[in-house]
Design a protein around this ligand. Structure first.
Ligand SMILES: Cc1cc2nc3c(=O)[nH]c(=O)nc-3n(C[C@H](O)[C@H](O)[C@H](O)COP(=O)(O)OP(=O)(O)OC[C@H]3O[C@@H](n4cnc5c(N)ncnc54)[C@H](O)[C@@H]3O)c2cc1C
Length: 446
């Protein structure tokens, strides 16, 4: 290519993981620990996903198991300000909410990745296409799309980099690889007719949960604190110095130093699949933050604004099983459960239907392996918040401890499939569950 010194090349691995966020990192680690050669691709310069680039630095839901608990233990041991591990392990059982600085997450992730020779991490590597083959199956209703790798954006004017693997895991948080593979992808509300959920609306819409621009403030000098009335909506959220406890505003006012996490400004985004619309939402939120940022600054605080706006909801890729509200109401443990979810509906809307408050009725539930396998595909697994579920259930399993378990399961399953030389639907579930150390007795029962 003229004008470029970047040579087109191709790479190969057993497993490609796209996205180094809360689901992608455990996916890569689990695949590597189970013997697969892994290429982990991240479009940002630094791995971490939402906790690092959106400052979504607090943890909700549980249970906190497996590789995720290793990461949190590392954070507790190395990134508390008083250098004391938080005991009991960050379950909120100490009455505190916990959050970690974005750099702390990046450090923890690099610590685990660096220990794993089977992982090649490539950052600034945006996946822009898939390498696929369509197998027409005689008599079958649909053709099967086999995903054989990905195309990574290269320097302008050059060919994309081709990376091939037996299994590709979409841990992008957007389900974009599912869309590229031509899967049935959902966005916004499902209708009653879609999955038979009696609480779902009759009509489809394309509306998703709002986006939030997070920020962190840090006090650099003593002096009078801002008056509560000076601040527009959203004051203190979490006080990190105070053993990262939730601090009531009045309590926080008495502290002369501290570092605080803020849910800065929440805005509707026209379409979270569209990068221009996300840019627009970011600028709108930035404008809304301006007032409070000035107040903090005037009171001796620095203000660190997240580089990306926080996107709660994007695509969901329909798989061999679709999780519905009934999995939550029944507290279902599926025969192929690979992750446990103990978190309510968090839809940013009312969960009251008629005289029923759904959040009082839902129970912890198991996430089946089938929800990670997109229909009519081979060689592709979905991890993270884009797995196959209705919009209701997605609002629950999207939190970090749960997407991390899903990622770990996807990575382990991919390694098993590669080792056995079999397709993803032939993975030995008993073996997978034993690797994940999961059984029904661990499902928290209300
Ligand atoms: C404002 C907000 C508040 C939240 N609050 C909480 C909370 O308090 N507690 C909690 O536990 N959870 C919370 N969540 C939810 C949680 O943070 C996310 O659901 C979770 O991070 C999803 O993990 P993921 O791995 O699926 O995706 P992500 O965290 O989004 O990670 C995906 C990664 O993939 C990369 N990527 C995307 N596309 C490509 C591509 N084409 N090529 C290469 N790389 C790509 C991205 O850069 C990113 O690093 C919140 C979310 C938001 C937005």
């Amino acid at each position: 290519m003229s004008g470029s010194n970047i040579r087109f090349e191709s790479l190969e691995a057993d497993v490609i993981v796209v996205g180094a966020g809360p689901s992608g990192v455990p996916a890569a680690l689990a695949a590597a620990r189970n013997g697969a050669k892994v290429i982990l691709l991240e479009e940002d310069a630094v791995p971490g996903g939402a906790p690092v680039d959106m400052y979504v630095a607090m943890i909700c839901g549980g249970p906190r198991r497996g590789i995720y608990s290793e990461i949190i233990n590392y954070l507790n041991e190395n990134h508390t300000l008083d250098r004391q591990p938080i005991i009991p392990f960050n379950n909120g059982e100490d009455g505190c909410n916990h959050w970690y600085l974005p750099y702390a997450y990046a450090d923890a992730i690099m610590h685990f990745i660096n220990q794993e020779p089977n992982i090649t991490l490539i950052t600034n590597a945006k996946v822009v296409g898939l390498i696929t083959a369509n197998d027409e199956i005689t008599g079958a209703e649909n053709s099967l799309t086999t995903v054989a790798g990905v195309l990574v954006e290269n320097s302008p004017g050059t060919q994309p980099l081709e990376i091939r693997a037996k299994v590709t895991i979409d841990a992008t948080g957007t389900g974009i690889l599912g869309e590229m593979a031509g899967c049935d992808v959902r966005y916004g509300a499902d209708t009653k007719a879609d999955f038979g959920e009696e609480f779902a609306p009759e009509e489809k819409d394309n509306v998703v949960m709002p986006c939030t621009l997070m920020y962190i403030t840090q006090r650099l000098q003593a002096g009078p604190m801002p008056d509560k009335d000076e601040l527009k909506r959203g004051g203190f959220v979490e006080d990190k110095l105070n053993r990262w406890a939730s601090a009531a505003y009045d309590q926080a006012l008495q502290n002369n130093r501290g570092i605080y996490l803020h849910w800065g400004a929440t805005v509707a985004c026209e379409d979270t699949r569209d990068s221009i619309a996300l840019g627009k939402a970011y600028l709108q939120a930035l404008e809304m933050i301006k007032h409070n940022a000035r107040v903090w600054y005037n009171h001796g605080f620095t203000v660190h604004i997240a580089p990306k706006i926080g996107v709660r909801e994007c695509r969901r890729v329909i798989g061999d099983y679709v999780l519905t509200i009934y999995d939550m109401l029944d507290g279902t443990y599926h025969h192929d459960t690979i992750a446990l979810s103990s978190y309510g509906l968090d839809t940013w809307g009312s969960t009251k239907v008629g005289d029923k408050e759904l959040n009082k009725l839902v129970k912890p539930y198991g996430i089946p392996y089938r929800a990670l396998i997109p229909k009519n595909t081979e060689g592709l697994l979905i991890a993270g918040k884009s797995i196959s579920g209705s919009r209701f259930v997605c609002s629950s399993y999207r939190v970090q401890p749960i997407v991390a378990q899903i990622g770990e399961a996807a990575g382990a399953a991919a390694a098993l499939a590669v080792k056995a030389g079999q397709g993803l639907r032939s993975v030995n579930i008993t073996k997978l569950q034993s690797i994940l150390n999961i059984d029904e007795s661990q499902l928290p029962r209300k």
